[in-house]
Design a binder for this molecule. Structure first.
Ligand code: CTP
Ligand code: MG
Length: 216
């Protein structure tokens, strides 16, 4: 069984600002991208890791990770994933991960791959802690709601079919949405507080603190 991980790192990191796209910025001693690359590469069930970077970011990629298989991303995350899927070929299982979620544990990968035994897809989720209301002020129940993270894991044929079937002019919030659009069920496994996405400048300091805490 061949398992390929795709790291999408082709965004421009507009909200994070900085002199380089956030995935190449230093975090806890190495470029952000390297953290999840190392976690995926060292997992015993992951056979290959491919990275999707933006046009012109090849030098930064090689400086961070050396000679790795890569694809060039598109204007949207969905297009970047699609380009990465080409490199995944006919993998049995595909993990799709945001470079912007650097602190990925083997335990999360284990939970995702285990769930693929019974499901075509699996995603990490965390319970919603805050009270929710709609914009008009009406109460919304938290029950059954989770905040979705990456990596998202799929059987290879199902994620390829989902990306091929998705309308090119429509955006998707994540890859699982595209699989569900085909009427298939995606399992939710326990996510991790360490996997929070780095989006804004202040998230870097919070991530450094999280990383330090995990090392103790
Ligand atoms: N991504 C990508 N290709 C794109 C857009 C996003 O590969 N065209 C990747 C980003 O590099 C990131 C992940 O998707 O690892 C999640 O996206 P996000 O956090 O929104 O990153 P950016 O799009 O780079 O940031 P921003 O939206 O602030 O510009
Ligand atoms: Mg974005």
């Amino acid at each position: 069984m061949r398992t390929v991980a795709i790291i999408v790192a082709a965004g421009s990191g507009t909200r994070a600002g900085g002199s380089v796209p956030k995935q190449f910025a230093p975090l806890a001693g190495k470029p952000m991208l390297q953290h999840s690359f190392d976690a995926l590469t060292s997992h015993p069930e992951v056979d290959a890791v491919v990275v999707v970077v933006g046009e012109g970011q090849e030098t930064a990629l090689h400086a961070a990770l050396g000679d790795v298989p890569f694809a060039i991303g598109g204007a949207t995350r969905r297009e970047s994933v699609k380009n990465g899927l080409v490199l995944a070929g006919d993998a049995d299982r595909v993990l799709i991960h945001d470079a912007a979620r650097p602190f990925l544990s083997h335990a999360v990968i284990d939970r995702l791959l285990a769930a693929l035994g019974d499901h075509v897809g699996a995603i990490p989720g965390l319970p919603v802690a805050d009270t929710l209301v709609s914009a008009s002020g009406a109460s919304v129940s938290r029950e059954g709601l989770v905040r979705v993270q990456t990596p998202q894991a799929f059987r290879g044929a199902d994620i390829a079919e989902a990306h091929a079937a998705w309308p090119a002019d429509q955006e998707a919030t994540d890859d699982a949405q595209m699989v569900r659009a085909l009427g298939k069920t995606v399992a939710v496994v326990e996510g991790s507080a360490m996997l929070e996405k780095i989006t804004h400048p202040s998230d870097f300091a919070a991530a450094e603190a999280r990383f330090g805490a995990s090392m103790r």
